[in-house]
Design a protein around this ligand. Structure first.
Ligand SMILES: C[S@@+](CC[C@H](N)C(=O)[O-])C[C@H]1O[C@@H](n2cnc3c(N)ncnc32)[C@H](O)[C@@H]1O
Length: 242
């Protein structure tokens, strides 16, 4: 459970955006930041929560998974969701102006390249949202519309820990419990830092909560770092449910 403490940014500076942005990442980005192997997806029942405007669900289905995504923005018609995605993507890229040094520019060759990955994810998502609406369910943590033990793999990207300014610790505890409730295999959470690149301050308590519930949490290094220090993923083995 090593903590990467090198290259932390100044404590009083952070990327700032109003509310929780409706954004998306590509299947390849998800695979890297969660350290996923293709063999984990084939034949697996998978949940992306929150799915946002991400291409992961479509990509996972193309690789043999029975995949679903949940987000409070889902449920509206495709054009309404597309307009929200386009607006938030432009806002999110513009918000990088002046805080570029909080990021490691290796995966992306500057903000234009980053934006092109986000547009690509949005396009893939919108096509699938239109074609396969039954895979995209409107719901919000900490209440998911699934029975216990529904998924082999539950992925939670860029909500918990990152948006610590929007969601208090009680929400984090309730959300991770809910993600574990609907999982029968693994829950993965990335990143483990907030927008100022500091490790989420309630992380140790979350790990204790998980252990007390009989789960087996592990912080694993991944081959992905965009926010400085965000190169770790929480992997919770929920197979040992009590
Ligand atoms: C920054 S996006 C991340 C999307 C995607 N997981 C990714 O990494 O590209 C955050 C998403 O969380 C969704 N969201 C906001 N509040 C939520 C809640 N209480 N439960 C689940 N999702 C929520 C937003 O609508 C938004 O789509």
């Amino acid at each position: 459970m090593a903590c990467s403490t090198e290259q932390r940014a100044e404590p009083d500076r952070a990327y700032e955006i109003d509310g929780v942005a409706f954004l998306g990442r590509t299947f390849d980005e998800y695979s890297r930041l969660f350290g996923l192997e293709p063999s984990q997806l084939s034949g697996a029942r998978v949940l992306d929560c929150p799915g946002g405007a991400s291409g992961f669900t479509a990509g996972a289905v193309a690789r043999g998974a029975d995949a679903y995504a949940v987000d409070p923005v889902y449920g509206a018609d495709t054009e309404t969701v597309a307009a929200r995605g386009r607006r938030d993507l432009r806002r999110a890229v513009a918000a990088l102006d002046g805080v570029e040094d909080l990021y490691v520019w290796e995966t992306y060759d500057g903000t234009d390249d980053l934006a092109s990955h986000r547009w690509s994810a949005l396009g893939r998502f919108l096509a699938d949202y239109d074609d396969n609406p039954g895979r995209y369910l409107p719901a919000a943590l900490p209440n998911l519309p699934f029975p216990d033990d529904s998924f082999d793999l539950v992925c939670c990207s860029h909500l918990l820990c990152l948006y610590a300014g929007e969601f208090d610790h009680g929400f984090h505890v309730a959300a991770i419990r809910e993600l574990c409730r609907v999982a029968r295999g693994e829950v993965r959470v990335f990143p483990l830092v907030d927008f100022s690149t500091h490790r989420y301050e309630g992380l140790d308590d979350l790990l204790l909560e998980l252990e007390r519930a009989g789960h087996d949490p592990e912080i694993r290094s991944v081959d992905f770092e965009f926010q400085r220090g965000a190169d770790e993923c929480l992997v919770v083995d929920v197979a040992r449910k009590g």
